[in-house]
Design a protein around this ligand. Structure first.
Ligand code: PLP
Length: 446
C-alpha cells in the first residue's frame, strides 16, 4: 500500500466521518503556489484551492513572512480583554475594500459558519425582529445558526434538529433549473414575486430582520442570478426595513473578478459575511456592518477567545495587500473569461456538459445525463474528478454534478490551460467508458 492510502486508512479509523466529503486519497505532503505534492511524491495542479481559500496560492511568501514575524512577537492575547495593532490594521483594510461609503465596524470569528451565526444575531439585535429569510440550496456552514440557514442536502440536517426557529427558505434564482419551470426574462422574475407573495400571506415583512444571501451560490453549483435580481431584492429589503446581508464567504476576496461579488451589481450590503480566502487558510472570519448596526449589541453577544487571532490577522493583511498590489480582481476576471470560453468550446464536443456558468475564477461546469432533461450526471462527475486526480489535477464537483473550477487567482496562463486540457481529457475518458464504475464506490462526493 502506498503512503497516501496508508494515511487515509489511519485517518478513517480515527477521524469523524462528518468532516470530510471524500473524493480521492490525496494525502498532502507539501503545497506551494498553485501546486500540491502528495506523500508519494505525485504533483498536482490545484483547482480546488482548499475550497476557494488559498486565492493567492499556497504559502505565499508575503503571508509566510507576516505569520513568522507575528510569531516572534506573540501568538495569542485575546481580543476579549486586550488590544493589538494587527486586529485594528486589518479592520481598517476591511472597511476600505468592502462596498459602501459609510462608517463600518468589524467583528471577527474563526470560520464562515460562526460568521453566519453572528449575522443572524446582529440582525436580530439591531432590528428587534426575529425572522430571517434564507435561500433553498444555500450553504452557510455547520454551526447551528449556519446549519439552520443552509438548505443544500438532507445529509447535513437528518437527526440534527430542532434548528433555529423563524428561518424561512425561499427559492434562489436558478435560471438553468428553474424550480417554477419558467424561462428568464419571460418569467418576469417570478421567484422574486414569490417572496413578495409570501410577504403578503405568511411572513409579515415587518418581522423580518434580514435576508442572508450568497450573491452567487457556491456549493449549490455556482448559480449566478440574472442581472436584475439582486438590485431588485435589495430594493425589496429597503421597502420593508429588512437588512441585506451578503454572504461572501466563498465569493469574496477577488474570486469572482471583483473584490466582492456584490460589486458586480453595485450593491452596498448592510452586513457582509466574510471568511475562507480572507487569511489564505489561517482560521479567520469577519462580519463587516454599518457602524450603527454593529453598535447594537454588547459583549459577550458574539465573542470567541481566539477570534481575530494575531497570526490570522497578519496573514489577512498580507493577503489583502497582495490582492491589491497585484490587482488580482482583474486577473481573475481575465483568466475567468478565458476559461469560460474554453469550456464553451468543449460543450460543442462533449454532450456531457450541459451548462457553463460563473464569474471570474468561480466557474461551474454542469454535467448532465441529457441536455434536455438536465438530469445531473452524478456518477460521471465523480469519475471526472477521479480521472483528473489520476492525471495530476485536484478538482471536485458540488451541486450534485457541477465541476468546481476554483484555481488560485495567481495561476499562470500555461498552468490554467494545462488544467483545462486535463479536464477535457477526463471528460472524454468518462464519455468513452474508460473510467471504471468501481471508483465511484469508494467516493462520497456531494
Ligand atoms: C458560502 C459559504 N458560507 C459559509 C461556509 C462555511 O465556512 P466554514 O467551513 O469556514 O465554516 C462555506 C464553506 O464552504 C461557504 O461556501
Amino acid at each position: 500500500m502506498d503512503l497516501c492510502e496508508k494515511l487515509v486508512k489511519r485517518d478513517s479509523e480515527l477521524l469523524s466521518p462528518s468532516t470530510r466529503v471524500s473524493y480521492f486519497p490525496l494525502a498532502v505532503a507539501k503545497a506551494e503556489g498553485t501546486k500540491i505534492w502528495d506523500l508519494d511524491g505525485n504533483e498536482y495542479i490545484d483547482f480546488l484551492c482548499g475550497a476557494a481559500t488559498t486565492n493567492i496560492g499556497h504559502r505565499h511568501p508575503r503571508v509566510v513572512e507576516a505569520i513568522k514575524r507575528q510569531c516572534d512577537q506573540f501568538i495569542h492575547n485575546t481580543l476579549a480583554y486586550t488590544y493589538y495593532e494587527k486586529a485594528v490594521e486589518l479592520a481598517e483594510r476591511l472597511v476600505e475594500i468592502t462596498p459602501g461609503n459609510f462608517a463600518k465596524k468589524v467583528s471577527y470569528g474563526l470560520s464562515g459558519s460562526d460568521c453566519n451565526d453572528g449575522a443572524i444575531k446582529l440582525a436580530r439585535s439591531y432590528t428587534g425582529r426575529t425572522k430571517i429569510v434564507s435561500f433553498l440550496k444555500s450553504y452557510h456552514g455547520t454551526t447551528y445558526g449556519a446549519l439552520s440557514l443552509s438548505a443544500i442536502t438532507l445529509r447535513m440536517r437528518r437527526r440534527l434538529g430542532p434548528f433555529l426557529p423563524e428561518i424561512y427558505h425561499v427559492p434562489y434564482p436558478d435560471c438553468y433549473r428553474c424550480i417554477f419551470n419558467l424561462e428568464y426574462p419571460d418569467c418576469g422574475l417570478y421567484c422574486l414575486g414569490f417572496i413578495e407573495e409570501l410577504f403578503d400571506t405568511v411572513i409579515p415583512p415587518e418581522e423580518v430582520a434580514a435576508m442572508i444571501i450568497e450573491p452567487i451560490q457556491g456549493d449549490a453549483g455556482v448559480i449566478v442570478p440574472p442581472d436584475d435580481y439582486l438590485p431588485k431584492l435589495k430594493k425589496l429589503c429597503e421597502k420593508h426595513g429588512i437588512l441585506f446581508a451578503a454572504e461572501e464567504v466563498q465569493t469574496g476576496f477577488c474570486r469572482t473578478g471583483k473584490w466582492f461579488a456584490v460589486n458586480h451589481w453595485n450593491i452596498e450590503p448592510d452586513i457582509m459575511i466574510l471568511g475562507k480566502a480572507i487569511a489564505s487558510g489561517m482560521p479567520l472570519s469577519a462580519l463587516v456592518a454599518k457602524r450603527e448596526i454593529m453598535e447594537s449589541w454588547e459583549a459577550p453577544a458574539h465573542l470567541f477567545t481566539t477570534e481575530g487571532n494575531p497570526l490570522s490577522c497578519a496573514a489577512a493583511i498580507a493577503t489583502i495587500d497582495v490582492m491589491k498590489e497585484e490587482r488580482l480582481y482583474e486577473r481573475a476576471a481575465r483568466l475567468g473569461e478565458y476559461a469560460m470560453k474554453r469550456f464553451r468550446e468543449m460543450m460543442d464536443k462533449h454532450e456531457l456538459i450541459g451548462d457553463v456558468r460563473g464569474k471570474g475564477l468561480m466557474i461551474g461546469v454542469d454535467l448532465v445525463k441529457d441536455r434536455k432533461t438536465k438530469k445531473p450526471a452524478r456518477e460521471e462527475a465523480l469519475k471526472v474528478d477521479w480521472r483528473c486526480w489520476e492525471k495530476g489535477l485536484v478538482l471536485i464537483h458540488f451541486g450534485k454534478s457541477v465541476l468546481r473550477i476554483a484555481p488560485p487567482l495567481t495561476i499562470s496562463e500555461e498552468e490554467l490551460e494545462k488544467g483545462l486540457q486535463i479536464i477535457e481529457e477526463a471528460i472524454k475518458d468518462v464519455e468513452e467508458g474508460k473510467v471504471p464504475d468501481e471508483v465511484v464506490k469508494r467516493m462520497v462526493g456531494w
